[in-house]
Design a protein around this ligand. Structure first.
Ligand SMILES: Cc1cc2nc3c(=O)[nH]c(=O)nc-3n(C[C@H](O)[C@H](O)[C@H](O)COP(=O)(O)OP(=O)(O)OC[C@H]3O[C@@H](n4cnc5c(N)ncnc54)[C@H](O)[C@@H]3O)c2cc1C
Length: 287
């Protein structure tokens, strides 16, 4: 197996152009599992860990550009105030060792419906920056992931970064697993409140072939907050509206029965997660 180790981004893009089948590697917490279990035998590995450009982030004008090589540990420590939803999701990933190695770019590259970093990116309307030797393009995260473990990356492309607005209000993430740590989500739910734009963003994880936004639930919540004047009054959201939001969110999922849980359980759990996360976020906004 050839091992390519570019020193910077131009070298990495040239290497990917010359070896389009090379498998990119950052933390290796997905790639190494596949190699160890002989699920994959690539002819070349493209080690990106020396490409410092990919590990940078910056954030002018309320828009953040976060390099693909930013780890979960760094997202928690450095971005928790700007992206509390992503930080909450990052805290649920694996163990400290996995959070130190694993990256959000790697989660995007794997494109698993259970990837925990993904729902917060959908809820906030993130865009993924893809780079090749020919240039860069930006793709909304909803168009980037096309199916379970499938995405629109072309052979000569790398994930360079993602772009996301800094939070203007509370963000939540909640995950059901069969234990508290080192667990693949049975289902998860991310929620983002934008009091400036008067928008509610959501995303369901691990209960459809891809992460999926609960659009009808979002419109319902926005309607309630607008029509009842709650954005201005900051009065509590009624229990019936919270319950309806939960029902609509669960209806947006298309879960399957598998070893981690039944479809019926996932739907029920999602209605609870959605209701609770909206309640928690609203309480935080009004506190
Ligand atoms: C014990 C254990 C526990 C885990 N727990 C969780 C969990 O709780 N939640 C969760 O979501 N995941 C979990 N994972 C999976 C994994 O840690 C995450 O998906 C992580 O984000 C992968 O990041 P990485 O940097 O290690 O990616 P890598 O393994 O290096 O790469 C993953 C994929 O992305 C591609 N890739 C990486 N970087 C780029 C790039 N810049 N451009 C293009 N393609 C790229 C690779 O080719 C590969 O296909 C766990 C894994 C293990 C081993």
């Amino acid at each position: 197996m050839e091992f390519l180790q570019p020193a910077d981004l131009p070298e990495a893009l040239a290497a990917k152009a010359a070896h389009p089948d090379a498998v990119p590697l950052w933390g290796g917490t997905d790639v190494m599992v596949e190699l160890n279990f002989a699920r994959r035998r690539p002819e070349a590995i493209l080690d990106l860990t020396r490409v410092s450009e990919l590990a940078e982030w910056d954030g002018g004008n309320g828009r953040l550009r976060i390099g693909a090589g930013v780890t979960y540990t760094r997202a928690i420590a450095e971005l928790g105030d700007r992206l509390p939803g992503l930080a909450r999701a990052s805290r649920t990933v694996g163990s400290p060792q996995i959070r130190n190695r694993g990256t959000i770019g790697g989660n995007l590259g794997s494109s698993s419906p259970a990837g925990d970093a993904l729902p917060p990116l959908y809820a906030s309307g993130a865009e993924i920056e893809l780079a090749s030797a020919e240039g860069t393009r930006r793709v909304p995260v909803e168009q980037f992931i096309t199916g379970p473990k499938r995405n629109v990356l072309e052979p000569g492309e790398l994930i360079a970064a993602f772009h996301v607005p800094a939070a203007t209000g509370p963000q939540q993430f909640s995950k059901v697993g069969t234990r508290n740590a080192m667990v693949i989500a049975v289902c998860s739910f991310a929620l983002s409140l934008d009091p400036e734009g008067r928008r509610v963003g959501t995303c369901i994880g691990s209960a459809a072939p891809t992460p999926v936004r609960a659009g009808e639930a979002e419109r319902f919540a926005e309607g309630v907050l607008e029509e009842e004047g709650l954005w201005d009054s900051r009065a509590p959201i009624g229990a019936a509206a919270l319950a309806r939001f939960g029902e609509l969110a669960a209806a947006a999922a298309s879960p399957i029965d598998d070893v981690r849980g039944s479809a019926a359980y996932r739907r029920h759990a999602l209605s609870v997660l959605a209701r609770r996360t909206l309640g928690w976020a609203w309480d935080e906004l009004c506190a």
